[in-house]
Design a protein around this ligand. Structure first.
Ligand SMILES: [Zn+2]
Length: 162
């Protein structure tokens, strides 16, 4: 269901918009390889008519699949705007596009959702990243075998002396 408000319906009463918007319709591009968008956007909005425009208010929720920038662990990030408010003017220079008496809220939702994307996603604010101790252990193991002399060589020499 697209996020569209019919202005004629709005003249009679406020409009409730509730549902899910597939990500391809939201047309969102995270522009960041550590963030993936999967499940649809969930919305629950109420739209009312003002003298010079529309007012949309409500809740937006989008689940993001993120990768921690420190430890590379995948985790889910809940992007939630519980008190989203958007004023859409119908007059003046900034007036919104009206097509067949309808206003599409999608571009305004997209803009505000993108602003809420995490800049440097962390699985946990305290995340300390990848453990570094294992690297040191590998180095010691590889140099240990060089000077080793097998006990069998000495026992062979002893046999010759006899
Ligand atoms: Zn992490």
């Amino acid at each position: 269901m697209p996020l569209v408000v019919n202005l004629r319906h709005l003249e009679a009463r406020n409009i409730r918009l509730e549902g899910k918007l597939p990500v391809r319709e939201l047309d969102i591009d995270p522009r960041d390889e550590v963030i993936q968008v999967g499940p649809p956007l969930e919305y629950d909005l109420e739209v009312q008519q003002l003298e010079d425009g529309l007012l949309a208010q409500g809740r937006l929720h989008l689940a993001l699949e993120c990768q921690c920038v420190r430890c590379l662990k995948p985790f889910q990030y809940r992007l939630e705007l519980t008190d989203w408010t958007c004023h859409l003017p119908l007059q003046g220079e900034d007036r919104v596009a009206v097509v067949n008496d309808c206003v599409d809220l999608t571009p305004y939702v997209r803009e505000d959702i993108l602003l809420e994307f995490p800049r440097h996603p962390l699985c946990n604010p305290e995340c300390r990243g990848l453990p570094k101790t294992s690297l040191g252990r590998v180095k010691n193991a590889s140099s240990a075998g060089k000077t080793e002399v097998g006990p069998s060589a000495w026992s062979e020499l002893n046999k010759l002396k006899l």
